[in-house]
Ligand binder design. Structure first.
Ligand code: LLP
Length: 421
């Protein structure tokens, strides 16, 4: 998928750069991100949604280069911790274009956000409203996160639009309206809108329409109860990307058209001025820009053929967490045998450490070969861990002709530094 191409010799290119050359230069495992591809997608979003705010959900992948790029493209930034905010601050990302999310923002998160004067804090519990209200000055702008009771039909672990999960204030029970009332009682806060996020890897535009209509109805109820027209409606992210061949891309044009039409229609019914829309794509901006490169350590012909690589669930826990599927490509030499089914596994000490189950690979794949896994730009580096005390891979950015190390490889020294006992 996405930012990768194959040249006349069958070599995989990312942003025009040979994957094998980058692997030779930076070692494996290696994560490559095509910044030009990210930039194109930022522009596509802004073009598809003129007048709307596009906030990049930085949990998908954040480093300073990406924060700079997102800033330069005029997007806002969704952060959900003081750590993500620190990266944004370190490149001078303007606070007014930052939104702070999270269901359990710590005092540190809130203090950092207020010190950096973030544009909006999306409140997720009554306790949090009290915490923000106690710390805030200057009428901090807030949005109330609402759970509209819409099931986006995705993996349970990333389903957030239904009422029985931890995020947001349920709409149907009146909790959302009560949260609005509670925020409006706080003199240090200024309520500017409503937020919802239905989940991740969503394809059905109709679900966004339904959620938007329900939130507009709540905007109308707020107007009726408090005489206040809230100017912002944030519909979250979750726009799917194709992971395997044959899967459709998210229908961004359809989303832009149909969701806007639904908002306008519902606003007209309630005689409301249409609010400004915000969307928060994470995956859609970066997933296809990323490629992970491994070296084969061992091949075992057991019950099936296992191809073990020098990374695994520490750089990609998504198969284990969500049953995510990937295609794997051998690069760097022409295969001398036809394709056969193999299971690509990692180096970690559990049987669930699988990168790709039963995928086609050349039958002569052997130790030392280089394997590339496209479509790994979102929730890979950001979900990486040090399991088995393995250092996290570096991230190399390519940007047209330029190649730059963005995040260096984690060393043993890095790993030992925190162990102060
Ligand atoms: N806005 C909010 C409030 C979110 O919580 C998220 C993602 C997004 C926007 C962006 O969602 P996206 O467009 O990237 O789907 N680790 C999982 C995904 C978790 C998503 C968490 N929230 C995975 O690897 O699939």
């Amino acid at each position: 998928p996405g930012g990768t191409t194959v040249d006349e010799r069958g070599e995989l290119l990312v942003g025009g750069h040979r994957v094998t050359e980058l692997a030779g230069r930076f070692g494996t495992p290696l994560q490559i991100v095509d910044l030009a591809d990210v930039r194109r997608r930022c522009r596509a979003y802004r073009a598809a949604l003129p007048g709307a705010e596009v906030a990049y959900a930085s949990k998908a992948f954040l480093c300073r280069a990406v924060a700079r790029l997102v800033d330069a493209e005029g997007l806002s930034l969704d952060v959900c911790s003081a750590g993500e905010l620190a990266v944004a601050r370190s490149v001078g990302f303007p606070g007014w274009r930052v939104l702070l999310h999270g269901n359990a923002k710590t005092p540190e998160d809130l203090k950092a956000a207020l010190a950096h004067r973030v544009g909006r804090i999306v409140v997720d519990s009554l306790d949090e409203v009290d915490h923000v209200a106690a710390l805030a000055r200057d009428r901090q702008r807030v949005l109330v996160r609402v759970t509209p009771g819409v099931d986006g039909g995705t993996h349970a672990a990333v389903t957030t639009g239904v009422e029985d999960q931890k995020f947001g204030f349920p709409l149907s029970t009146g909790a959302a309206a009560a949260a609005v009332r509670h925020v409006l009682r706080q003199p240090s806060l200024r309520l500017v809108g409503l937020h919802t996020h239905l989940g991740s890897q969503l394809r059905r535009v109709a679900d966004f329409e339904l959620a938007a209509r329900r939130l507009v109805a709540l905007l109308a109820a707020v107007r009726d109860e408090h005489g206040l027209e809230l100017p912002e409606l944030n519909l979250g992210g979750g726009h799917a990307v194709p992971q395997l061949p044959g899967e459709d891309d998210f229908d961004l044009a359809g989303f832009a058209h149909r969701v806007r039409a639904a908002v306008h229609d519902e606003c007209a019914r309630h005689r409301l001025r249409p609010p400004r829309l915000t969307v928060e794509p994470g995956r859609a901006l970066v997933a296809s820009a990323g490629v992970t490169v491994y070296r084969v350590v061992a091949v075992k012909h057991a019950v099936r053929t296992f191809v073990a690589v020098d990374g695994g669930m520490s750089d990609n826990p998504r198969p284990a967490l969500y049953g995510a599927r990937y295609l794997v490509r051998m690069v760097g030499r022409p295969p001398a045998a036809p394709l056969r089914t193999a299971t690509v596994v990692g180096r970690h000490c559990e049987a669930g450490d699988v990168i790709a189950r039963d995928v086609p690979l050349p039958a002569d794949v052997r130790a030392g070969d280089v394997l590339a896994v496209p479509g790994t730009g979102a929730y890979h580096h950001s979900l990486a861990s040090n399991y088995n005390l393995v250092g996290r891979p570096p991230v190399v950015g390519v940007d047209n002709g330029a190649v730059q190390l963005l995040v260096r490889r984690e060393t043993e020294e890095d790993l030992l530094r925190r162990d102060v006992g």
